[in-house]
Design a protein around this ligand. Structure first.
Ligand code: DGL
Length: 267
C-alpha cells in the first residue's frame, strides 16, 4: 500500500474531529479522509447489531477510497464493532478505548477511575474490562450520558443547560471519589471547559486522542507507511452521511477552518 494513501477516520458525527485535529497536529504530512455518520447519529441509543453494521459500511467506503489505516474515532464503535471491522478489512484498525484506558491507569493515584460514555458504550462493559486487563486493582465507575452528544451536535458547548446536564452526570463519579475521568466519547472533549469548571480541581480528565494518535504513529512507523514529504500541503477530505452543510457549520464551531467543505456521501 503506498505511503501517500490517506488515513481514514470515522465517528457518528463531529466527535471524531477531536482525534482528527490531533492527528493533523502531530502528523502534518498525512492526509485524512474523515467520515461522520450524521444520518445515524447518535450511536449511543442503537443496538450492538446496528453499530456493527454502521462500522462495516463506513469501513467498506473508506477501504474503497484507498485508506491505509482506519481510526474508529468513536468509543461506541470501538467498544462494539472493532473486532468485526478488523476481521473484515485488510487494513490496520485502531480504536480509542485501549489508548484512553492506558492513559487513565497511568494517571490515577487513588486507583479509582470514572468514565463518561454513551449508553451503548457504557452497557458494553468495554471500559472496566479493558482497564482491569491493564490493572485489575483499579475500580471503575461508568456513567452513561445520553444527553451529551445531542448537545455537542447542536453546538451547545457552554451555558446553564450544558452545566446542569454535565453536573448531573458527574454526580455518581463525585460520590465514587474518582481522581481520573476518561472522556469515553469523542464528542465530550468539546465540553471539557464546562466539565472542568464544575469538577474538583484535583480530578484529571483523560482525552484519549493524543494516545490514540501515538499508537497510529507507532503502527505506521513499524509498517514503514508514514507519508513522505509532499510537494503540496496535505489535503483532507470530510464526508458526512447527513447534509454536508450542517456538518460544516457544527464542525467549524469545533475545529475552525480545518474544515472548508463537506461532501455528503450516502452509504
Ligand atoms: N462520538 C461517539 C463516541 O465516541 C459516538 C457518540 C454517539 O453517537 O452517541 O462514542
Amino acid at each position: 500500500m503506498p505511503n501517500e494513501q490517506p488515513i481514514g477516520v470515522f465517528d457518528s458525527g463531529v466527535g471524531g474531529l477531536t482525534v482528527a485535529r490531533v492527528l493533523i497536529e502531530k502528523l502534518p504530512e498525512e492526509e485524512i479522509l474523515y467520515f461522520g455518520d450524521t444520518a445515524n447519529v447518535p450511536y449511543g441509543d442503537k443496538s450492538p447489531e446496528q453499530i456493527v453494521e454502521y462500522g462495516n459500511r463506513i469501513s467498506r467506503f473508506l477501504v474503497d477510497q484507498g485508506v491505509k489505516l482506519i481510526i474508529a474515532a468513536c468509543n461506541t464503535s470501538s467498544a462494539i464493532s472493532l473486532e468485526a471491522i478488523r476481521k473484515s478489512f485488510p487494513v490496520p484498525v485502531v480504536g480509542v478505548i485501549v489508548p484512553g484506558a492506558r492513559r487513565a491507569v497511568k494517571a490515577t493515584r487513588s486507583r479509582r477511575v470514572g468514565v463518561l460514555a454513551t449508553e451503548a458504550a457504557a452497557r458494553s462493559g468495554a471500559f472496566p474490562r479493558t482497564i482491569k486487563q491493564l490493572d485489575p486493582g483499579v475500580e471503575v465507575i461508568t456513567q452513561g450520558c445520553p444527553r451529551l452528544v445531542p448537545l455537542v451536535e447542536a453546538g451547545e458547548l457552554e451555558g446553564p443547560k450544558a452545566r446542569r446536564i454535565c453536573g448531573e452526570y458527574l454526580q455518581p463519579l463525585r460520590e465514587g471519589a474518582v481522581d481520573t475521568i476518561i472522556l469515553g466519547c469523542t464528542h465530550y472533549p468539546f465540553l471539557l471547559p464546562v466539565l472542568k469548571d464544575i469538577t474538583d480541581p484535583g480530578v484529571r480528565y483523560i482525552d484519549p486522542a493524543a494516545e490514540t494518535v501515538d499508537e497510529v504513529i507507532d503502527l505506521l512507523k513499524t509498517r514503514d507507511q508514514l507519508s513522505r514529504e509532499r510537494e503540496r500541503p496535505a489535503r483532507h477530505r470530510f464526508c458526512a452521511s447527513g447534509p454536508g452543510d450542517s456538518f460544516l457549520v457544527s464542525g467549524r464551531v469545533m475545529v475552525g477552518d480545518l474544515i472548508t467543505s463537506v461532501e455528503q456521501v450516502r452509504l
